[in-house]
Design a protein around this ligand. Structure first.
Ligand code: PMP
Length: 281
């Protein structure tokens, strides 16, 4: 499939990155995943805002003008020949002999374009299971950095137990999933973890917040305890690639009626309207 590396379009299988590359050796970089529906990137501005913010947060001198950067993304989409795809963007501190200190070299920019990673329709319809896992990540999870080791280990553990996601907790309250934000519904009210350094400000989370406002649903940011999670009427996770995914079981506890609830369904429908471009996005 088509990819991009530092100024040229390549095949994603082409060997373009040298051994001495800081993303490869240190995870010294930041990334984004953007979903393109019917050739239209969904919430592109929000993703780019977050990318520039993440780069700045790790003092990565990514100075490319937004317009020209956006133009490359559009070229990649065009060259992919796909209507619906996921674009992965990664900026690293560049290629230089391995040394912890910042190198004096240009940053590396890479992108890939892949067909949607398919989420089994059955999971979306019937809901997914999740495990609970201590949040063992660092204190700056608001940065979308390449360092995902704790996320990978927890997600793999979930997978090995037949679950889709690991819901992470810190001090008795949930933070987020390994690659998603977590929402809980109780008595028709919607709750999610407040934004802080401990979680990523999910773009899908933002979309759900906007949809909730339009649908006059009460949305509150609060620390949801593990007890409150277990007692929830509905739970769902959000991310660019899993969109709005109902969670019907956490560890041994069946959530609500054990199937996707009415508010989750409503939000899913409204999200689909947005992504299909029928709304203002
Ligand atoms: N939290 C984490 C840790 C993530 O990796 C992701 C996925 N990028 C999310 C939340 C959801 O973010 P978004 O809705 O922007 O994809």
């Amino acid at each position: 499939s088509i990819a991009y590396f530092n100024g040229r379009f390549v095949d994603s299988d082409d060997p373009v990155v040298p051994i001495d590359e800081r993303g490869h050796q240190f995870g010294d970089g930041v990334y984004e995943v953007i979903r393109i529906y019917n050739k239209k990137p969904f919430m592109l501005d929000e993703h780019l805002d977050r990318l520039y913010m993440s780069a700045e947060a790790i003092a990565l001198p990514f100075r490319q003008e937004r317009e020209s950067f956006q133009a490359i993304i559009h070229q990649l989409i065009e060259k992919s020949g796909l209507d619906n795809l996921d674009v992965y963007l990664q900026i690293t501190r560049g290629m230089a002999p391995r040394n912890h200190l910042f190198p004096d070299c240009p940053v590396s920019v890479s992108m890939t374009a892949k067909p949607f990673r398919s989420i089994p329709a059955e999971l979306r319809e019937k809901g997914a299971k999740a495990i609970l896992h201590p949040d063992e990540r660092w204190a700056n999870c608001y940065i979308k950095s390449l360092n995902l080791l704790p996320n990978i280990l927890a997600k793999q553990k979930a997978h090995e137990q037949g679950c889709l996601e690991a819901i992470l907790f810190r001090d008795g309250s949930i933070t987020e999933g390994t690659s998603s934000n977590v929402f809980v519904i109780k008595d028709t009210r919607l709750y999610t973890t407040p934004l802080s350094r401990h979680i990523l400000a999910g773009i899908t989370r933002m979309a759900v917040q906007q949809i909730a406002a339009e649908a006059a649903l009460t949305f509150t940011e609060k620390h949801v305890t593990l007890e409150e999670l277990a007692e929830a009427d509905e739970v769902f996770i959000t991310s660019t690639t899993s969109e709005i995914m109902p969670v019907v079981q956490v560890e041994e506890k069946i959530i609500g009626a054990g199937q996707p609830g009415p508010i989750t369904r409503l939000l899913q429908e409204k999200y689909t309207v947005r992504t299909s471009g029928a709304a203002r996005h």
